[in-house]
Ligand binder design. Structure first.
Ligand code: PMP
Length: 435
């Protein structure tokens, strides 16, 4: 009888292996290595294991494939990237404002909530365009809506918490929710977005802690939540004491320039955490966004933010503050809306021409996304690969939580003159699969 148990032997082998004294190779067993006694063994860290560790899940395979295809072939016609083309961004205005900027008086760590003149500019922007009355003390500057969402999921929720999101939704494309250990539940959405009454049964079943909505020209469907549903959503949330995250990057792209009321502006009890961004109305590369929340929440998030990165660089915040307050802002918005409407029309005309009867969609009144249902049944992955071969990319609908057979075409990024060609290429890819 050996007085050693099995796990001790396994541990001892592991130790000898990590010291380089023994080596194991699949198929040839374990041997004493050519270890020089007294010499210090050299080991490269097991980077693969580290890379697979940590709490972040990798991005979705379709999104990684699209990014890789765009890197390999910059000439692909891009209906996938959710951003504006260079000609729609106010590059000239921003360059001029950068040049006219007085040099900063101090370049140290700034206030944890962000650069004061930008917080003031955001407060007056929100009053003017979103009907939200707030002060700079309730504004937190972030590096975009993505970071606002990250702060909310990491700091205000705990692993295991259940949250409700629209189905389909941009948020399905974010492993961020799963990385935070959240359980996500979809609220089915039609062309008018979610039906708020459905929140009640979801809450009963899953003890929902927070609701995430993108009520204006939603990503990916382009849906605009009607006023009565907005009222109902707020009513139910306040009845249940549930916070709503209003993710609002697209509202100012309304082609008719209509000021639809933000949920935050209708919020009488303080249920709404509002997040906004310059990404879809100016430039995604500026990485400037904001959040408006009760002061205790802003303080908590600003504190967490300090631990993460000590805040966004002051330079883009200065540029953003100047741009929001400049006489360029309003004419830029008007031009942007006009150009986006034009691109939407080009896309729709091209789809009618190239794929009559094979594709269905609702025409969005703002934003940069067109959500389409394909009439023939095709496999998402095959369609994407075929489209890449033909020279065009789009995002398969399953990325946003829907069944296969849907696609999202984003028309912010592609150049107007390429939209027709891009859709002709997509049509070739689709027809190749249904032949
Ligand atoms: N929310 C929605 C609904 C979006 O569409 C996007 C960008 N695709 C974001 C948040 C993140 O945008 P950003 O961080 O650039 O502000």
């Amino acid at each position: 009888q050996l007085g050693v148990n099995r796990s001790t032997v396994i541990l001892a082998f592991g130790e000898l292996r990590s010291m380089g004294i023994i080596e194991s190779r699949p198929g040839s067993g374990t041997h004493v290595s050519k270890y020089k006694w007294g010499a210090v063994p050299k080991h490269t860290p097991n980077w693969k294991r580290y890379a697979e560790g940590g709490s972040f899940l990798p991005n979705l395979p379709f999104l990684r494939r699209i990014r890789e295809a765009l890197q390999q072939n910059p000439d692909l016609i891009d209906f996938a990237s959710g951003e504006l083309s260079a000609d729609l961004s106010p590059l000239g205005e921003i360059t001029e404002l950068m040049g006219a900027q007085p040099s900063p008086s101090y370049l140290g760590y700034d206030h944890p909530q962000g650069y004061m003149p930008l917080r003031q500019a955001v407060a007056s922007y929100l009053d003017r365009y979103r009907g939200v009355q707030t002060t700079e003390s309730s504004v937190l500057i972030t590096s975009g809506s993505q970071q606002s969402l990250y702060l909310i999921t990491q700091c205000l929720l705990s692993p295991g918490d259940a949250v409700a999101i629209e189905d389909p939704s941009y948020h399905y494309s974010l492993p961020m929710f799963q990385s935070a250990g959240l359980r996500i539940f979809g609220l089915p959405a039609d062309e008018g977005g979610i039906r708020p009454e459905e929140i009640r049964s979801l809450v009963k079943k899953h003890r929902i802690k927070m609701i995430f909505v993108n009520p204006n020209f939603q990503n990916p469907t382009g849906a605009l939540l009607p006023d009565d549903r907005r009222g109902k959503l707020l009513e139910i949330a306040s009845e249940l004491g549930l916070p709503i995250v209003e993710d609002d990057p697209y509202s100012l792209t309304d082609y008719d320039g209509l000021d639809r009321p933000s949920l935050k502006s209708m919020d009488r009890v303080g249920s709404v955490l509002y997040i906004g961004s310059l990404s879809k109305i100016a430039a995604s590369g500026l990485r400037v966004g904001w959040m408006v929340a009760p002061h205790s929440i802003v303080e908590r998030l600003a504190d967490a933010r300090q631990q993460m990165d000590f805040g966004l660089s002051v330079i883009p915040q200065q540029v953003a503050a100047r741009f929001l307050e400049s006489p360029y802002f309003e004419p830029h918005l008007e031009r942007l809306r006009m150009q986006l409407r034009l691109k939407r029309d080009l896309l729709i005309d091209a789809l009618h021409q190239a794929l009559p009867k094979l594709i269905r969609f609702h025409v969005p009144q703002g934003g940069i996304h067109l959500w389409c249902q394909l009439v023939p049944e095709v496999n998402d992955a095959k369609l994407l690969e075929e489209a890449i071969k033909k020279g065009v990319v789009f995002v398969p609908g399953s990325v946003y939580g829907s069944d296969s057979g849907y696609v999202r075409f984003t028309f912010g990024r592609a150049k107007a003159e390429n939209i027709g060609t891009g859709i002709a290429k997509f049509a070739e890819a689709l027809r190749a699969l249904i032949r």
